[in-house]
Design a protein around this ligand. Structure first.
Ligand SMILES: C[S@@+](CC[C@H](N)C(=O)[O-])C[C@H]1O[C@@H](n2cnc3c(N)ncnc32)[C@H](O)[C@@H]1O
Length: 230
C-alpha cells in the first residue's frame, strides 16, 4: 500500500469516507448519475459491470439502485473500504461480488461496461497504462469505460492554482481549513495527477476509442471511452 492510500486502511478515516466526496468533488451525485447513464447507453438490461476502486460502495449503490438487473464485480485493495461498501449496499450486495486487490483480481468477464471513479490518481503513473489495458481486456468490444479523477494542467503555476481551487471548493463546503492544508500537501506530493491530454492519451494507448470528456468539476475531469476490438 502506498503512502497516498494508507488512509483507506484507517478504520476511523474510512468510517467518515462517505462525507468526503460530496464536499470535495463538485457535482459528485450528478457525476455518479452521469456515469450510470453513460454505461446504460450501451449496456444491456442484465449487464455485467466492473467497478475498479469500488471501496465505499457509493457508485455501486447508485448503479444498483437505478439498474435493477445489473450485476457487478467490484475490486479494491482496501479491506476496510470493501467492508464499508458491504455496509452501504445492504441487501443490494446480493448482486455484487467484491474482490480485494488490484485490477488483476477482477474476473475475466467479459463485462458490458466498467467504471473507475476517483481512483486512477492513486495508481502510480507506471501502473496507469497497464491498469487501463487490463480493464479493456475484460470488456466486450464497444463496451464503455467511465473514469473520473484529478486531472488538470501541470505547468508549475497552473498546478498550484488548480490545487488552490480544490481547497477553495472544499472550504466553501465546510471542510476544516487546517485539515485541508495537510490534504493539499499530500495530494501534491503523493497523487499521480496528469494533464488532461495525458489522461486521454493513456486511454487511447490502453485500447479505448472515441475518448470523450463528459465532466469537468474544477480539478476533476471525467471521460467515457469504448473498448476497441482486439
Ligand atoms: C477516493 S476512493 C473512491 C472510491 C469510490 N470509487 C468512490 O467514488 O467513492 C479511492 C479508492 O481507490 C482504491 N484504490 C487505490 N488504489 C487502487 C488501485 N490501484 N486499484 C483499485 N483501487 C484502488 C482505494 O482503496 C479507495 O477505496
Amino acid at each position: 500500500m502506498s503512502k497516498a492510500t494508507e488512509v483507506f486502511a484507517d478504520p476511523q478515516a474510512v468510517a467518515r469516507y462517505a462525507e468526503g466526496p460530496p464536499r470535495l468533488v463538485p457535482g459528485f451525485a450528478d457525476l455518479q448519475r452521469m456515469a450510470m447513464l453513460l454505461l446504460a447507453e450501451r449496456a444491456p438490461q442484465d449487464a455485467r459491470v466492473l467497478v475498479v476502486g469500488a471501496g465505499g460502495g457509493l457508485e455501486l449503490k447508485v448503479f444498483a439502485e437505478s439498474q435493477q438487473h445489473w450485476r457487478f464485480d467490484g475490486v479494491d485493495p482496501s479491506a476496510e473500504m470493501l467492508k464499508l461498501a458491504e455496509r452501504a449496499l445492504g441487501p443490494l450486495t446480493s448482486r455484487v461480488h467484491l474482490h480485494q486487490g488490484y485490477i488483476d483480481v477482477a474476473p475475466e468477464g467479459p463485462f458490458d461496461g466498467a467504471a473507475c471513479l476517483l481512483t486512477l490518481h492513486f495508481v502510480p503513473l507506471e501502473q496507469r497504462l497497464r491498469t487501463i489495458r487490463e480493464i479493456q481486456r475484460r470488456l466486450k468490444p464497444g463496451a464503455p469505460l467511465v473514469v473520473a479523477h484529478f486531472s488538470f494542467p501541470q505547468g508549475e503555476q497552473q498546478r498550484s492554482l488548480w490545487l488552490s481551487r480544490y481547497v477553495s471548493f472544499a472550504v466553501s463546503s465546510g471542510v476544516d481549513a487546517e485539515r485541508l492544508a495537510n490534504a493539499r500537501a499530500a495530494i501534491d506530493a503523493q497523487l499521480s495527477i496528469l494533464a488532461p491530454e495525458h489522461d486521454e492519451a493513456i486511454l487511447r494507448e490502453g485500447g479505448f476509442t472515441d475518448v470523450s470528456l463528459f465532466y469537468v468539476g474544477f480539478t476533476f475531469r471525467g471521460w467515457v471511452a469504448y473498448a476497441a476490438a482486439t
